[in-house]
Every structure is written in structure tokens, then in C-alpha cells.
Ligand binder design. Structure first.
Ligand code: NOJ
Length: 550
């Protein structure tokens, strides 16, 4: 802890920003900027909106803000189609606004992590525009993956590779060649075997590091290295071979690229942190998280798991073991901007297909909202007690549910069109968050919101939950405040517990106990510090978590 003065308006000291290990056990709050807070009143959240809410985040008790992309973008994929990596989208503000945010966050002891998108650019990026205007075989095309088509007149795509959003991963250009895009057609993949691509990306890392950012979230970190030798081999992201031999994903060569970034990040004092978004099994994930590479990789196992004690315990065991073996620290995620919010997942019948539920506008199967939130609070409290870093997605601290009934003509996610209207996509977790009980867009901004908010959103607003005993916001605040002073070592000790109960102790003896069952169980000995449900008569209610000290 530093000797810096307290943060204005609080009695808590501002933590040192020089600790090189700050990220190992941090609480990182994900801001999806377009849906967080809108200061200029255009219905789209902005950088000034984030700055405006730094005091809120300080009071919540987070260690860092991860900003999803805020770069110039035509929003073909919510900002993950970047037209210029070293600027701010004019719809969201300016570089001066960004600098002001970094200054405000740092003054509050909060770090800033920015999202970088190395696998693909926007089709509006100056490089891609140049490639379109340049002939086959030109240096401009060599920054991307342009190939001739198959079939007698080249009218078929070069391979059967499919886009993550549905449809072919190849799109044909005017002169008959095709370019590769693992996501939307507006997101052409870069060719990472090209030294110019590598040099430019290092410039981007330095650009933001020089501006004071503390870390980077690396989008699709497992796809940059590709085997583009022909004939192209089939790729299957859902069943990766785990030996680096898929032509598109999780290839061993990607680690050489990530290692070169680590050398850039280590030029800074303190070294900049980084976390990989790599949808690979735990055994391969640790490779991305090695200290010689990014340091951390998202562990999405709990995000994909049912609310089940055996599943939670096995995932925690495996990930802590992997982390300690690699020298990384573990990460925990229950929600983000790509998945159905966890309060909703846990309120659907076990095994329900949340995509199909979204397609029914949330009617079928019936969502048990109370149960979902009860379980979400229990799971969140468990996760916040674990060693490693917890990633909290904006609005989960309010207990928000997924918004399932966004009208089709308001959907923005490219998945909707590319799936030929069979997948509603991810807009339901990206609806602008409610700050006030009522008013235009529930306090999101002065003039509406770019995605429609449900009529009851005000009930879940910051205003409605602030200072209210038992609210989800106060639960998170209490948990984060306790965690800040009780981080301890990076391991845990499992406790002997009854069936369907999972409990563990942290270094200085404080414990987290979760009852995954529906019947109450006797409350373990000790003083209750935080509980996800009211504790009465010495019992831990079903589907709840409690933290205890000796
Ligand atoms: C992962 C991001 O989280 C997601 O939102 C995006 O659509 C893809 N990468 C493509 O950039």
C-alpha cells in the first residue's frame, strides 16, 4: 500500500500504482463503453461517461477498468472492427477525453486496461482500403489473407472455413480474389506472418502504454498464427486437437508472437499486464498465460458450467493447479459482453439452450428470475473469494438479467444477420445500464439509449440499490471492500462440507461456503462477514454463499 493520501471523499488510501503484481488478484470491471454512460446525449455511451462514473467505480471497490474497444469503428461488430488502432471513435470522444479518463482513474487508484484486436481490422482500416485498390500479389494485399478462389473459374471460396458468426469465412472482391475473415465480412484477418503487421502492432502497444494504460486485453489471442499452406486443411474450433495442429486456432507459432509482445510490455515500469481471450481448454490456456507471454488468460470454464457443486469444485481445482504450474494467476469470469448474463443463465431450467430462449423473446422455457438472481449472487460471492483475478461485467453488480425481447429491427449484433436470423446474438447483455429509477434511459444519458431498455429497468438501477441493505450492489461493495484487505496467498484449502456444499479457506483463515442445494444447512462456526442471502436461525439457506472469519 502506498503512502498516498486518501482518495477525496473516502477514507481509503489510494493504492500504489507501481506494484508490478497488481493484476494477480485484482477485481477488473469490464466497461462496454457504448452502453455504460452517455454524457453527450447521442444515445451512445462515451469516454466522458466513464470518467464521470469513476467515483462510482471507486466506491464499488474495483482495482481496474477494462474498456472494450472505443476506437474508430463502423460498428459492424460492436467496435471489434477497428478502423484505427491509435485513436478514439469521434462518437465516443477524443484522445484528450481518454487521457482525462486515465488521469481520473489513476487518481482514484484504478488502473485502465484497453482491449486490442490483433486478429483482424475493420474493412474501413486504411490498410484494407489500400489492399482493395491494389493488384493481386501486391504488398498491400499481403497484410491480409487474399487468395484465388477454387473451382474452374475461381468462383468458389478457397476453402470450406466458416466464420464464427455463420457463413463462409471468405468474401470475394471486385477483381475475383477472396479475403479471409474469421468473423464478419467487415473484419478482414491480418496475415501475422507479415513483419509489417507485427511492427505496426507493437507500435499500438507502445502508443497506449505511453499514454499510461496499465494493461491489455487481447481479443482472439489464439487465432493470429495460421497455417495458410495449400491445400487448406479443415478447421474445427469446437474440437481443437490440443497439439497445435488446427490450421486456424491455437497454433504453437502464436506463442512466439505473444512472447515478442511481452518484451515490449516489459519495457515499461511497472510492466504492462495482459490477458488473452483464447477459447481453448485449460491445458492449452496456461501457455498463453505464461510469465514470458501475457501473464493471464481468461478462464471461461465457470461461465460455461451449470450451477453445480462438483462442476465448480473441479474447475477451481484444475485452474488453480494450472496457474501455479505456469506461474500465472488464475482468472474467473461469470459474465461478459459475449454471453447471456449469469443471473439469467442460472434462472433457466438446467440444460436449457439460452440461444433458443432468446429466439423466443424470453418466453420459452420460463425464466425463474428470482432463482437466477439468488444463484448468481451466490456464485459471484464464491468467485470473488477465489485466489486470482475476478472479472466483473458492467451491470452484474446490479443483478441485471439478460434483455431477451429486443425487437428484431433493433438488433445490432452481426450474428443476427449472418446466422440468417437463427441466432439473436449478444445485444441482450449490451443494453445500456440503468443508473436512476426513472428518466430518459434510466440515467444512462439525457436522450435515450441505442438499445431499448426494459420498462422495469429502474428497479435494478444504481439509485434504487444504493444504500439498500441486501441489494446486489451493496453485496458487491461489501465483498470487494473485504477482499481488498484480505487477498492473502494464491491458494486455498478445501473444507469438509455436507453434500452439495462447497467451502474453502483462504490464507489468513477466512472462509467462503456455498450451499448449492435448495435445503438450508447448518451455518458453519465463525463471524459472518458477507452473505448473499439473509442468514437466520443459524442456517445457510439454499443457493447462497457466506463469508466467515474465525
Ligand atoms: C471476441 C470479442 O469478445 C467479441 O465480442 C468479438 O465479436 C470477437 N472477439 C471478434 O473480435
Amino acid at each position: 500500500m502506498s503512502t498516498q493520501p486518501p482518495v477525496p471523499g473516502t477514507d481509503q488510501p489510494t493504492p500504489s500504482l507501481h506494484d508490478p503484481d497488481w493484476w494477480r488478484q485484482a477485481v477488473v470491471y469490464q466497461v462496454y463503453p457504448r452502453s455504460f454512460a452517455d454524457v453527450d446525449g447521442d444515445g451512445v455511451g462515451d469516454i466522458a461517461g466513464v470518467t464521470d462514473r469513476v467515483p462510482y467505480l471507486r466506491e464499488l471497490g474495483v482495482d481496474a477498468i477494462w474498456l472494450s474497444p472505443f476506437y474508430p469503428s463502423a460498428l459492424a461488430d460492436g467496435g471489434y472492427d477497428v478502423a484505427d488502432y491509435r485513436d478514439v471513435d469521434p462518437k465516443l470522444g477524443t484522445l484528450a477525453d481518454f487521457d482525462a479518463l486515465v488521469a481520473a482513474a489513476h487518481a482514484a487508484g484504478i488502473r485502465i486496461i484497453v482491449d486490442v484486436v490483433p486478429n483482424h481490422t475493420s474493412d474501413l482500416h486504411v490498410w484494407f482500403q489500400e489492399a482493395l485498390e491494389s493488384p493481386r500479389g501486391s504488398a498491400a494485399r499481403a497484410r491480409y489473407v487474399f487468395r484465388d478462389g477454387s473451382g474452374p473459374d475461381g468462383a468458389e471460396p478457397p476453402s470450406d472455413w466458416v466464420s464464427n458468426f455463420g457463413g463462409s469465412a471468405w468474401t470475394r472482391v471486385a477483381d475475383g480474389q477472396w479475403y479471409l475473415h474469421l468473423f464478419a465480412r467487415e473484419q478482414p484477418d491480418l496475415d501475422w506472418s507479415n513483419p509489417e503487421v507485427r511492427a505496426d502492432f507493437e507500435q499500438t502497444l507502445r502508443f497506449w502504454s505511453d499514454r499510461g494504460v496499465d494493461g491489455f486485453r487481447v481479443d482472439v489471442a489464439h487465432a493470429m498464427a495460421k497455417d495458410l499452406s495449400e491445400p487448406f486443411r479443415p478447421s474445427d474450433q469446437d474440437h481443437l486437437p490440443l497439439d497445435g495442429s488446427d490450421p486456424l486456432y491455437d497454433r504453437d507459432e502464436v506463442h512466439e508472437i505473444l512472447g515478442s509482445w511481452r518484451r515490449v510490455l516489459d519495457e515499461y515500469d511497472p510492466p504492462r499486464s495482459a490477458i488473452a481471450e483464447a477459447w481453448v481448454p485449460a491445458r492449452r490456456r496456461v501457455l498463453y498465460a505464461r510469465p514470458t507471454e501475457l501473464g493471464q488468460a481468461f478462464n471461461f470454464d465457470l461461465l460455461e458450467a451449470p450451477f453445480d457443486p462438483e462442476a465448480f469444485r473441479a474447475i477451481i481445482d484444475e485452474n488453480l493447479a494450472q496457474a501455479s504450474q505456469s506461474g500465472a494467476s488464475s482468472t474467473w469470469v461469470l459474465s461478459n459482453h459475449d454471453v447471456v448474463r449469469h443471473a439469467t443463465r442460472y434462472g433457466l431450467p438446467d440444460g436449457a439452450d439460452s440461444g433458443a430462449w432468446l429466439m423466443s423473446d424470453g418466453r420459452e422455457p420460463v425464466l425463474d428470475r428470482d432463482r437466477g438472481l439468488r444463484r448468481a449472487r451466490a456464485a459471484s460471492l464464491l468467485v470473488l473469494a477465489l485466489p486470482g483475478s475476478a472479472y466483473v461485467y458492467q451491470g452484474e453488480e446490479l443483478g441485471l438479467h439478460e434483455v431477451a425481447d429486443i425487437p428484431y429491427d433493433r438488433l445490432q449484433d452481426p450474428k443476427w444477420a449472418r446466422s440468417e436470423h437463427t441466432d439473436k446474438g449478444r445485444d441482450g447483455c449490451r443494453v445500456p445500464i440503468p443508473w436512476t429509477r426513472s428518466g430518459s434511459s434510466f440515467g444512462f444519458g439525457p436522450d435515450g439509449a441505442h438499445l431499448p431498455q426494459p420498462a422495469d429497468f429502474g428497479t435494478w438501477s444504481v439509485e434504487a440499490e444504493d444504500g439498500v441493505d441486501g441489494s446486489t450492489l451493496e453485496l458487491y461493495r461489501a465483498a470487494l471492500a473485504f477482499r481488498r484487505t484480505h487477498r492473502g496467498g494464491e491458494d486455498l484449502t478445501w473444507l469438509e462440507t455436507p453434500d452439495r456444499v462447497v467451502g474453502f479457506a483462504r490464507a489468513d483463515g477466512w472462509r467462503s461456503v456455498t450451499n448449492f442445494g435448495t435445503d438450508p444447512v447448518p451455518l458453519p462456526e465463525g463471524a459472518v462477514v458477507v452473505a448473499s442471502c439473509p442468514i437466520e436461525d443459524g442456517l445457510l439457506p439454499g443457493e447462497s454463499t457466506v463469508w466467515l472469519t474465525a
